[in-house]
Structures are given as C-alpha cells and as structure tokens.
Ligand binder design. Structure first.
Ligand code: NAD
Ligand code: WQD
Length: 343
C-alpha cells in the first residue's frame, strides 16, 4: 500500500488524519518536531488503529533531515503538510518566527519532494485568507476575493498558497490540493486523541471545555453587539474527524489522477454558521454542565461572521461534514474530562 508523509502528524488535525489514513489502509510516516505536540499522541493513534505509525522527530525546515526521510521511505506517494505554527497572537509578537517556520518548512518540503520525484501535496490553509467577506460573498466560496491578512500567521497561509501555485506552474509533474479549513473543533470519539492547547486557550472550544471543568473561572464572550441575530460572532465549526476524512479524499483524488486542475482548492466547512452564544448554550444543553460566562468587549481583529459554502468539496471530493454539532461538542467534553483524569 502507498505511504503518506504527514508533516505535523502528532498535532491536532494531523493526528486525526493519520487515524483516518491508516484506517483506509495507507501506511503513514509522521514527521514532527514536537514543538506543539507530544510523542504520547502516537500511543493514542496506535490504540485506535491497532498499529503505531512510523514517526521521525525532525524539523521540516531541515533539508538534510527531510532528505533522509524521503530516502528511507521510498514508498511515499503523497505529502500532507500540516506542520506550521498557528497561534495568531504570537505571530503578531514574533512575526519572523512565523515567516521562518511556516514558509521555510513548505519550501523545504517542496524542494525535497521535487528531488525525490514525489508529485502530490495537500496543504493546510485557512478561512483566514477570506478575512471578513462582504455580505454578497456569504457563505464564502472558493472564488471570493482574498483580503489582506490581519496577522503574520494569516499572511503565511496566503504566501504559502502562492508558493504552491507558482511551484506547480513551473513543474508540470506536480499536483497540489489546498484545503481551507474553517474552525476545527472536537476530538476523536474514542477520546484517545484530541486538541492539546498550550497555556491559556485562544480558541473558543478549548476555553469552553476548560471553563466547564473548572480550570478557568469564566468564559469571556467577546462582544454581543455585532450585526448578527444574537449579536455574537458567527463561525463555521467543523468536526475534526470530518475534516480529517476530507484529507483522505483529497489524497485519493490526486493519486487516482482525477484532479481537474494541477492545483485544486476546497473550502472545508459545514456550510452552516453558528454564533458564540449558540455554541456555548448547546454545549451546556448536551453536557448538562454549566459554563459561567460574561459578555465583554470585542476582541481586536475579530471577524464578525464567516461561514463556508462547501458545495465544491461536497460534489467534487464527495465529502460532507455532517456530524451533528451536539455530538461534536460532546466529543470535546469527553476529551477534556479524559485529559484531566490523567493529570
Ligand atoms: P497543531 O499545532 O496541533 O499541529 C501542528 C504540528 O506541527 C504540531 O505537532 C507541531 O509540533 C508541528 N510542527 C510545527 N512546526 C514544525 C516544523 N517546522 N517541523 C516539524 N513539525 C512542526 O496545529 P493544528 O491545529 O493541527 O493545525 C494543523 C495545520 O492546520 C496548521 O498548518 C494550521 O495552520 C492549519 N490550520 C489550523 C486551524 C485550526 O484552527 N486548528 C485552522 C486552519 C488551518
Ligand atoms: C471563535 C469565536 C471569538 C475565545 C482563529 C484564527 C484563524 C483560524 C481559526 C487557523 C470568535 C469567540 C473566542 C474566547 C470568545 N485558525 N471567542 N471567547 O477567531 O475564528 O479564528 O482560529 O487558521 O486563523 O484566527 O477562532 O476559536 O479564536 O474564536 O468569545 O475566549 O469565539 O471572538 O468570535 P477564530 P476562535
């Protein structure tokens, strides 16, 4: 069976994708420098799948190390490139760290792929490239105009998309699939893998679950005076397991030669927008656990509302994010409880 190189494969989305790949019969080699994950994630993957994926601790910016991986695993047929730094605030404070890590790792991966004649890559992009779409572009599809990035992190996604397009244009043997994720949440139903936020969570769901379990005194809801039905911001929250499955579809499509274009681009979302208050209230309903919260002022740089039109991925990839939000929120809660029971 074919082998997939998963960079960042011990991370949140990467680990869930490795599970789905292995369950579909792919061999996997993970390369991760463990800068934002833990090697114990491999045990979780092994417990779910029954075998442990191959793992190399290395930095994707390290050409020699990447060359060694491609030499040792000569059966690699595609790369899924998750490895990146992703904290938006940190990227504002340390832009060079983000430009170096996120841009250099992609360049190194592409260079090494070309050297070893590996022709397929899936790249993790983000809905952040759309910024706040004008009302006429909501829900946002892949043809909506991009907006100037609000953070260095967001800018690395735009730059990396361009690097991929230019590289594929110049090397006609290459194929790429760019996946723009909306807001991934939740954890594997086994509660053996999930999100491991570092320090105080910046994202909504980990903050909700940490508040529910008593680790944080209260959730701060950033604004209820937006131009939305309940005044809080709207996002497209996508279950991480549904998201992971889209990667398998994307790899299969490239490997079977079905791609219509050398670079294909897909929004990965549910197609449904939910507000912060809807998320918090639904979480309390399904778990029966109270989440103390306070409405505070708007968070600087927040987008008011964005959700995906995911028809292209639905029709062309034959994929749909259809796990009910109640089940998704419950999975996040089970994971939080599991995490704390271990500590
Ligand atoms: P994560 O931090 O959990 O996973 C990223 C993994 O990459 C980590 O295990 C980290 O140790 C590793 N890594 C970072 N730099 C590396 C390097 N130079 N070499 C080797 N390994 C390296 O993040 P995630 O949420 O799983 O995100 C995966 C990808 O999806 C990222 O590219 C991220 O930008 C993108 N993305 C995430 C979200 C989100 O909300 N989680 C949304 C849109 C896009
Ligand atoms: C969601 C909503 C907050 C925390 C970020 C990145 C983006 C992308 C996804 C990678 C917003 C509100 C949050 C809290 C709150 N990542 N909120 N209290 O802002 O959509 O995007 O993650 O590409 O680049 O910027 O996600 O989870 O931070 O926020 O009220 O404590 O929850 O205001 O409306 P966001 P988020």
């Amino acid at each position: 069976m074919a082998r997939i190189l998963v960079t960042g494969g011990t991370g949140y989305i990467g680990s869930h994708t490795v599970v789905e790949l292995m369950q579909q019969g792919y061999d996997v080699i993970i390369v991760d420098n463990l800068s934002n994950s833990n090697q114990a994630v491999l045990d979780g993957i092994a417990a779910i799948v029954g075998t442990c994926p191959e793992f190399v601790q290395a930095d994707c910016c390290d050409s020699a190390a990447m060359d060694d991986v491609f030499t040792r695993y000569s059966d690699i047929v595609s790369v899924i490139h998750f490895a990146a730094s992703k904290a938006v605030n940190e990227s504002v404070e340390q832009p060079l760290k983000y430009y170096r890590n996120n841009v250099m790792s992609l360049i190194t991966v592409l260079e090494t792929m070309r050297k070893h004649a590996i022709t397929n890559i899936v790249f993790s992009s983000s809905c952040t490239v759309y910024g706040q779409p004008d009302a006429q572009y909501l829900p946002v599809d892949e043809t909506a105009p991009l907006q100037k990035a609000l953070s260095p992190y967001g800018n690395t996604k735009q730059i990396n998309e361009d690097i991929i397009r230019d590289t594929v244009y110049a090397d006609k043997s290459l194929r790429a699939t760019i996946l723009r994720y909306f807001n991934p949440i939740g954890a594997h139903p086994s509660a053996l893998i999930g999100e491991l936020p570092n320090g105080v969570p910046q994202n909504l769901l980990p903050y909700v679950t940490q508040t529910a379990i008593g680790l944080r005194a209260e959730l701060k809801i950033f604004g209820n005076d937006y131009n939305t039905p309940d005044g809080s911001c709207i996002r497209d929250y996508i279950y991480v397991v549904d998201l992971a499955k889209a990667h398998v579809k994307a790899v299969q499509r490239m490997l079977s030669g079905d791609a219509d274009e050398p670079v294909e681009l897909f929004n990965l979302g549910t197609g449904c927008g939910l507000s912060v208050l809807e998320i918090v209230n639904t979480f309390m309903q399904v778990t029966g656990v109270k989440v103390p919260y306070q409405i505070v002022g708007r968070r600087e740089g927040d987008i008011e509302q964005v959700w995906a039109k995911a028809d292209k991925a639905n029709h062309i990839l034959g994929w749909k994010a259809d796990t009910p939000i109640e089940q998704v929120l419950m999975s996040a809660w089970q994971w939080e409880k599991k995490l704390r029971s271990n500590n």
